[in-house]
Design a protein around this ligand. Sequence first.
Ligand code: GLN
Length: 555
Amino acid sequence: MHGYNSTRMAGTKYIFVTGGVTSSLGKGIISASLANLLQARGYRATIQKFDPYINIDPGTLNPYEHGECYVTDDGAETDLDLGHYERFLNRPTSQANNVTTGRVYQSVIDKERRGDYLGKTVQVIPHITDEIKRRMLILGQSGDFDFVITEIGGTVGDIESLPYIESVRQLRYEHDRDALVIHLTLVPYLSAAGELKTKPTQHSVKMLQESGVTPDILVCRTEHHLTDDIRRKLALFCNVKQEAVIESIDAPSIYHVPLLMRKEQLDEVVLRRFGLPNEPAPNLRAWENFLEKLDHPSKKVEIGLIGKYVELKDAYKSISEALIHAGAANDTEVNVHWIHSESIDPAEMTNQLSNLDAVLVAPGFGERGVMGKIEAVRYARENNIPFLGICLGMQMAVIEFARNVLHLPEAHSTEMNPKTQHPVIDIMEDQKGIKDMGGTMRLGAYPCTIAEGSRAHEIYGELEISERHRHRYEFNNDYLEKFETAGFFASGRNPSTHLVEMVELKNHPFFMGVQFHPEYKSTVEKPHPMFVAFVKAAVNHKEAPAHQKSNHGRK
Ligand code: GLN
């Protein structure tokens, strides 16, 4: 499919997406939807995000601040929007797809220290803007893409966004017909007046214009349809063609947005602006099939997600999206119960978890909420409830088994108790000397070899896989024999280091722990097999006769 249209392209086209009026309007989803439509027409499209904050990457940010930290194959810790890009395009992103102010300044300062600026005064313009522009063009210059969509984080008018807007202005000027700007804004509805209001958008566009950028296309988030009058008004006051005023009405899910954008002809307006043909129409059959299953599931399951950042759903974005993909693949609606690990009380366990068809213990860091997680694992193990433990979740499963089955009550991870007598989870040797927090974990894709005949083998259908990691601690292989003798198997190992990557219980309907993060690789086109199998296990659990389900007190 790809490349069909690419032959007609002379050079890469650059699309910049800015945001106005408020944050959280969904620039990432609009960017991903547009890329999706272009890809469905046979073009090669990619998306990158430029974030104006000073952190080098979001890896050191508390999930409450910025949601989940997404990890790419090449080990970049990135903004969660990159997860949307991969989920919508089914193509991996990399370090080059996410740049922050911190990273830009770091390279400029490194150059200054090396003497590269030959005694010149180093300034925001041109040195910082040149570095931003250089990075904005890298993916385009690779020759791999017909369209590079660049999402600018933050909202127009923020002090820290200014160098980015200035860089967009320059690139737009230098690339003229090969660059365009989309501005995403809000058209609020005032219920007292019973009207949609265009003024905030007018102000936001004026603000952009003060920086020398006039948007080519307005995408307007709204709760009510834009009338022709409103569209005319927005076009006139914001200096865009009326056809380029695109409505983005609230949708039942992010996955409906590409079709809404198609209906509003966002892709056609973009192609026309670049002088490209409108043929062939995008092939959206697979996407529509997915939506059909998403919208009309015949079954429903209740899955508990146990974590310590559950107040902010964005902290587990990739997991909840992976459950949505897996639900559609199973013709099943997945209703996620967000359970705070600190709220789990062993005495109340049955009340708290008995309505669930499956339990997922989430990744995480630090001591807080660990006891609740261990108790949740125990409940799932003893009551034959399908269980999936991801990263810290797998480590909790290991600790639970050591304490309650192997009779090692002291067993722990050295992350929580450095002096534990039984460090069943321990820091990796090569992590011991590391003092810096940023970018120093075991990050990115690593191979994993699966044991033949294991449940993992059944799930993946192959023996050599690759999954993404983000952690410092590991299963301590000194204990492996003890675990395996008791029925707790390492069904996935790293082929060269032999680190344990996957564990499973033989004597249980579905009990899987993974040291990696399968959620990062689930896409609409390719729902992740681990999540597909997990949701299927939840469906089986729900449908099983009552006497098979529970096995209270089983050890
Ligand atoms: N805190 C654990 C570790 O560093 C688990 C990390 C995670 O869940 N991503 O190993």
